[in-house]
Design a protein around this ligand. Structure first.
Ligand SMILES: *Cc1c(COP(=O)(O)O)cnc(C)c1O
Length: 390
């Protein structure tokens, strides 16, 4: 069966009642017939039937043997980092998600875990950074907010040779477009908050692995430290995932149109979107993913932060907010919002221009989104003209 069908038919209907929607088991504990004898559940931190259903679905979509659902994407990040020990080193993509950067550089650094950042869009840079103590390679592809693409298959073989684990944060692609385990990755991570749940109404995280022993180790960390996804949120994640294939296809189609519109706009200096032929790793993106997703970033000819701030003031449909992957389109200015804590030099070096604007395309009609951007650009021009005349 294709993934669109498996999304809907992986989970059986409730054997007790025939309910076609997975029941929400809002319970903390489970009656035991005798001490240690139960029906497969004893306490909801360890296992809960609704969470387990979502975990099975996630594992199925990514082609893994085990899925583990967390209370947030960052809780999933945290659980992976707890596999490491003092003295271990991580090689991480240079424009890694800001929250992951913060965990690595302000928390795990205090426990003796070091990180070396590399531009992983060239696998040679990963090879060069490998040391005997490298235990984990951390990729996002495409990255946030500059949409850099890294070759998962090439880096998986480097990781294997170095006896390091390869993790791919697959939040931006979702399992609809890209399945890193099939390309050789060991761990796939998701912020469920984004495309999988998809409606901007739940915070959640997920991990999928193919190696059962590795799965048990991560499950052990989760049970020992407790960051589980609750039954209600697990249900919302299942409910959202059921429309993932439709949403992702529509969003990718619209994003391609919006990216092309932006590329030809006279006020835009450059556009980052893996679906554009001009993207430096367009061919790698095409080879390893079946769609390019809904996140676009672009920067302005007037490359000042104020110019970006001015533009996003005028979008009406596209809402100014952090986050991405939901049904409604969102816009943000990374230098002021998601990446405000990154020093300017480091930010510019990572390709995050002062005027960079990131858009997360939603389910609106693409013509309406283009219209919204057009009128926002026009208002900025009007203002500039007024100021010049005055
Ligand atoms: C949002 C996000 C995270 C963190 O997930 P939360 O659910 O917000 O904790 C991690 N990685 C990427 C790529 C993200 O976009």
């Amino acid at each position: 069966m294709r993934i669109e069908t498996r999304i809907l038919h992986t989970l059986p209907h409730d054997p007790l009642t025939g309910a076609v929607s997975v029941p929400i088991y809002q319970t903390s504990t489970f009656e035991q017939e005798a001490p240690g004898i139960n029906k497969g559940f004893d306490y909801s931190r360890t296992n809960n039937p609704t969470r387990q259903a979502f975990e099975e679905l996630l594992a199925e979509l990514e082609g893994g043997t085990r899925g583990i659902a967390f209370s947030s994407g960052l809780a999933a990040v945290d659980a992976v980092l707890k596999l490491l020990s003092s003295g271990d080193e991580i090689i991480a993509v240079d424009d890694i998600y800001g929250g992951t950067y913060r965990a690595l550089h302000t928390i795990y650094n205090r426990f003796g875990i070091t990180v070396k950042h590399a531009d992983t869009s060239d696998p040679g840079n990963v090879l060069e950074a490998i040391r005997p103590r490298t235990k984990l390679i951390w990729l996002e592809t495409p990255t946030n907010p500059t949409l850099k693409v890294s070759d998962i298959r090439a880096i998986a073989s480097i990781a294997k040779a170095a006896n390091a684990l390869l993790l791919v944060d697959n939040t931006f692609c979702s399992p609809i477009a890209q399945q890193p385990l099939k390309l050789g990755a060991d761990i796939v991570l998701h912020s469920i908050t984004k495309y999988i749940a998809g409606h901007s109404d739940v915070i959640g995280g997920g991990i999928v692995v193919k190696d059962e022993e590795l799965g048990q180790r991560i499950k052990y960390v989760q049970n020992a430290t407790g960051a589980v996804l609750g039954p209600q949120d697990s249900w919302l994640a299942i409910r959202g995932a059921q429309t993932l294939s439709l949403r992702y296809a529509h969003i990718s189609n619209s994003a391609q149109k919006v990216a092309e519109f932006l590329s030809s706009h006279p006020d835009v200096a450059g556009v980052n979107y893996p679906g554009l032929r001009s993207h430096p790793n367009h061919l790698v993106a095409r080879a390893q993913s079946s769609a390019f997703g809904g996140v676009i970033s672009f920067w302005l000819k007037d490359d000042r932060e104020e110019a970006a701030v001015e533009l996003v003031k005028y979008t009406q449909l596209i809402t100014l907010a952090e986050s991405l992957g939901g049904v409604k389109s969102l816009v943000c200015v990374p230098s002021r919002m998601t990446h405000a804590s990154v020093p300017r030099d480091a930010r510019i070096a990572a390709g995050i221009h002062d005027s960079l604007v990131r858009v997360s395309i939603g389910l609106e009609h693409p013509a309406d989104l283009i219209g919204d951007l057009e009128q926002a650009f026009a208002k900025v021009t009007e203002r500039v003209t007024e100021q010049t005349l005055a």
